[in-house]
Design a protein around this ligand. Structure first.
Ligand SMILES: [Mg+2]
Length: 341
């Protein structure tokens, strides 16, 4: 039995901007668990909002590898990881869960979605393509290029004092596509109220995280007057957050790297469903390995936002079959992607 890991700096084709930051380099750590000639792989895609960086991943990973002893014992893995770092280092937990689950699927010779007992008929919902925050002409050009490339769903990053103009301009550029917006927790309660009319006029499908992560009361009040569904992203860190969020949001954005892995994401998905919420499978900027893992769960979701690897210039994994925003659920054993040349 061995567990190895490797960190690579991945790069976006263009600087990627949201309300809090703009970056073009993303350190990602890849874990490989090998036993009996079979390997399972996972990716840690740390995000500073959830208290992680490339440095924290590399600092804690060696001590967390010990938790992965028996890849079939998923509850044991989760309990050991939770005992060492409750609610911290979710992307490292994600990498270890991914590796354990893929090892089991490859040992059984099935894709992960089948190992998890998910419906054989469920296709991945069409993914949005993200228009990142930039000067308005640059955002217009991003939207034009995406429409030209055949994308039918755009997700627009907001969180500026010119958000109304951005939404109006992008609706003008892309009249025929489904439009979603993500404020990344940047609006005040007052700004959010003002934006509702703009979002309705542009026929926006939903708004992600309008207010600060901790402002459940603000989201609850906003939801009472909003026609557009309101989705939690930054407010959701852990599966145990979901019941409280169901009082204030219509939907949740599930990301494996923030929730602690595919098994935690599946728990959050089922909890949200039981509470009557809609669900989107989301992602970080991450390689096709992390995106593949999210894709395996996406058939059970209403929406998908899985373009993280499409934004990269140096994705180390190959094998995902994309046609604009449409992603085929992988069929090969395990996650269904391989290291490229
Ligand atoms: Mg978001």
């Amino acid at each position: 039995m061995s567990v190895t890991h490797e960190t690579l700096d991945l790069h976006t084709r263009q600087p990627f901007g949201i309300a809090r930051w703009t970056h073009s380099t993303y350190p990602r750590t890849f874990v490989t668990f090998t036993r009996d000639g079979v390997s399972g792989r996972g990716e840690a895609a740390p995000n500073a909002f959830y208290g992680e960086t490339g440095t924290t991943v590399q600092a804690v990973l060696p001590s967390m590898l010990e938790a992965l002893t028996d890849p079939w014992d998923w509850d044991g893995l989760s309990a050991r990881l939770g005992a060492v770092f409750p609610h911290h280092h979710p992307s490292v937990k994600c990498a270890l869960e991914m590796a354990a689950v893929e090892w089991c699927a490859r040992s059984a010779g099935v894709p992960v979605w089948r190992l998890l007992g998910l419906s054989a008929d469920a296709a991945v919902p069409e993914s949005s393509f993200t228009v990142s925050l930039a000067e308005l002409p640059v955002m217009r050009e991003q939207a034009r290029a995406a429409v030209r490339d055949g994308y039918g769903v755009l997700k627009v990053k907001l969180g500026t004092d010119r958000d109304a103009r951005i939404v109006e301009a992008l609706r003008e550029e892309a009249p025929g596509v489904a439009l979603r917006v993500d404020a990344n927790a940047a609006w005040s309660r007052h700004e959010a109220r003002r934006m509702l009319e703009v979002l309705d006029a542009a026929d926006v499908e939903f708004v992600e995280q309008p207010l600060a992560a901790g402002d459940l009361e603000g989201h609850r009040s906003l939801r009472r007057v909003a026609r557009v569904p309101i989705m939690a992203d930054e407010s959701l860190h852990h599966v145990s957050d979901v019941p409280a969020l169901s009082e204030a949001f219509d939907a949740v954005n599930l990301k494996l790297a923030k929730l602690g892995g595919p098994l935690q994401a599946l728990r959050a998905l089922r909890t949200a469903r039981a509470l009557g919420m809609s669900v989107m499978m989301g992602c970080m900027i991450e390689s096709s390995l992390g995106i593949a893992a999210a894709a395996h769960l996406s058939g059970a979701c209403d929406w998908a936002d899985l373009d993280g690897a499409l934004l990269l210039s140096d994705d180390p994994f190959v094998g995902l079959q994309w046609s604009a925003g449409r992603l085929e659920r992988p069929a090969a054993p395990g996650w269904g992607v391989e290291r490229g040349a």
